[in-house]
Design a binder for this molecule. Structure first.
Ligand code: PHE
Ligand code: ZN
Ligand code: ZN
Ligand code: ZN
Length: 277
């Protein structure tokens, strides 16, 4: 896989920050900041040659919008490798680490697929979910919209929710050993020892896992506190949260550790290239 330019990922984060700033300071479900974020993502993907679709649903009297992007080259959809991130923020702030970071990282990975004119054995699909912050609603509705056959064609779903935490950890979802190994081996090759985490029901991979899909992902930490041994191996500050601005108004473009964002985006690209053959 190519080394993904972190400057491009940072540029996407600035655009998401602007989407929030111009629309009341957030990118939450039901608001104009979310729509602006969605339009930015869709524009980039359309321009790069993806087939994009907006999957609309209603929840609590409001309309939600998931974005699905299929890469038209490579294998047929009978074997689909999927990556996804939630694009909505909480109402308290712009949600740049949570989850502009995952959203921008998979966007730039998709754009790298296009630049490489990749023709993998598997089919590649990317998804951006709405209303995660209200209880994984968007991803649940997407999964519910698929037929049994369509679901069985998803060979794996990889989830990225918070990948640029300012006091970062390097956590790999432990759900599936084949997928987690692809990540842990790659981080080790970069000199980073990961830890396994059980994200459980806390992000959108749970919607897929409950439907029987194989899942994986990486995570740089939320409100949890970095312990002494984690600070020894990862740097940063022991006794402080991985993200002190989690779900707060200070989750802005200043709330990103660029090295974590860089390494995690490269890890996503590595996994997408490797697992799609
Ligand atoms: N899903 C959580 C949120 O959006 C963040 C989170 C991700 C927490 C992964 C734990 C593990 O608020
Ligand atoms: Zn959140
Ligand atoms: Zn999140
Ligand atoms: Zn890089």
């Amino acid at each position: 896989a190519p080394d993904i330019p972190v400057a491009n990922v940072q540029q996407h984060l600035r655009e998401l920050q602007s989407a929030a700033s111009a629309n009341g300071g957030n990118r939450a479900f039901g608001g104009s900041g979310y729509r602006a974020s969605l339009n930015y993502m869709k524009g980039k993907l359309d321009q790069a040659g993806f087939d994009t679709k907006i999957h609309q649903f209603s929840y609590g009297g409001r309309t939600g919008y998931n974005l699905i992007a299929d890469w038209p080259k490579g294998g047929s959809s009978g074997q689909t490798l999927m990556a996804g991130s939630h694009l909505d923020s909480v109402t308290r702030g712009p949600g740049i680490n949570d989850n502009g970071s995952g959203s921008a990282a998979i966007l730039e990975t998709a754009l790298a697929v296009a630049r490489a004119d990749l023709q993998p054995n598997d089919h590649l699909r990317f998804g951006w979910w709405d209303a995660e912050e209200l209880g994984l609603i968007g991803s649940q509705r997407y999964v519910a919209s698929l037929s049994r056959t369509e679901l069985s064609q998803i060979s794996a779903y990889l989830n990225f929710d918070m990948v640029g935490s300012p006091n970062p950890g390097y956590f790999v979802y432990q759900d599936n050993p084949t997928i987690s190994r692809v990540f842990t081996d790659w981080y080790r090759s970069q000199g980073i020892e990961t830890e396994y985490t059980s994200v459980g029901g806390r992000s959108d991979h749970a919607s897929f896992a409950r439907a029987g899909v194989t899942v994986g992902g990486t995570f740089s930490g939320a409100e949890g506190i970095k312990n002494w041994s984690q600070a020894q191996k990862w740097g940063g500050t022991a006794g402080q949260p991985f993200d002190r601005c989690y779900h707060a108004s200070c989750d802005t473009t200043s709330n990103i550790n660029e090295r974590a964002l860089d390494v995690n985006t490269d890890a996503i690209a590595h996994a997408m290239w490797t697992l799609s053959g």
